[in-house]
Design a protein around this ligand. Structure first.
Ligand SMILES: *Cc1c(COP(=O)(O)O)cnc(C)c1O
Length: 229
């Protein structure tokens, strides 16, 4: 399968899943996850309409950002070390992995230096997997209350990574719980905190995630094929 066909296939499945949940394909942001993918292959995907790019490593994102001149939205979807914030703060459209106070402090500091604001999602480890980053569900509201004071951080929603399961039905509860948490946060009515995006769903489980309310899916393998590390 070519990149073009892969993208068409994913888009068709996004559309169908969106319709099953009473929405349109335009309501769902498709992020092409390009970690380990060469820039010439990325350019192929960009040509076929991918304009949201997800990377999980700072150095790789920075290099590709400099190599690719197209106007794209860059998403930092991986764990973000505080000492690397300075390399991407002025490049990234959305950080998906805000999960601790020390990172929030660094984001605020660097955003202030550039006189910008930074858009971020809070990463939640719904399934409480040891191997994954993210706050526990019950930690999210206290965390939000602690970062309300940061004027340069715009919280735009939540992100989660579901455990891998051959049958994505088995992780439906993860997506449902993240959506429930977003509703609880909305009900608090914090002024500056918006639950605009739910970043959930990857190649293996994005249809179930969309059915449960995702409006931002992160697709790597489904577009670019299996990664060879
Ligand atoms: C790699 C990665 C993805 C994409 O995974 P695929 O299964 O290849 O679609 C999505 N989200 C995060 C956080 C990732 O690290």
């Amino acid at each position: 399968m070519s990149i073009k066909e892969n993208i068409e296939n994913i888009k068709k499945r996004i559309k169908e899943a969106a319709e099953r949940s009473g929405r349109n394909e335009e309501d769902i942001v498709l992020i092409g996850v390009t970690k380990t993918v060469d820039t010439d292959i990325m350019k192929e995907a960009i040509k076929f309409g991918i304009d949201n790019i997800g990377e999980n490593r700072v150095q790789e994102m920075k290099k590709k950002y400099e190599d690719i001149s197209e106007n794209l939205n860059w998403h930092m979807i991986g764990h973000l070390q505080s000492n690397k914030v300075k390399y991407i703060i002025d490049k990234v459209s959305l950080i998906h992995s805000l999960d601790r106070m020390s990172l929030a402090k660094e984001l605020e500091k660097r955003a202030e230096q550039h006189n910008i604001t930074v858009n971020s999602l809070i990463q939640v480890n719904i399934a409480e997997e040891e191997s994954k980053f993210g706050l526990k569900g019950e930690e999210v509201i206290p965390f939000i209350e602690n970062i309300l004071k940061f004027e340069r951080i715009n919280i735009k929603g939540l992100m989660t990574i579901a455990p891998f399961d051959e049958n994505p039905e088995n992780v439906r509860y993860v997506f449902r719980q993240l959506k429930g948490l977003a509703k609880d946060i909305e009900a608090k009515g914090y002024s500056k905190i918006e639950m605009k995006y739910l970043s959930m769903g990857m190649t293996n489980d994005f249809e179930v995630a969309i059915e449960e309310g995702s409006n931002m899916v992160r697709i790597g393998t489904g577009i670019f094929g299996k990664r060879t590390y």
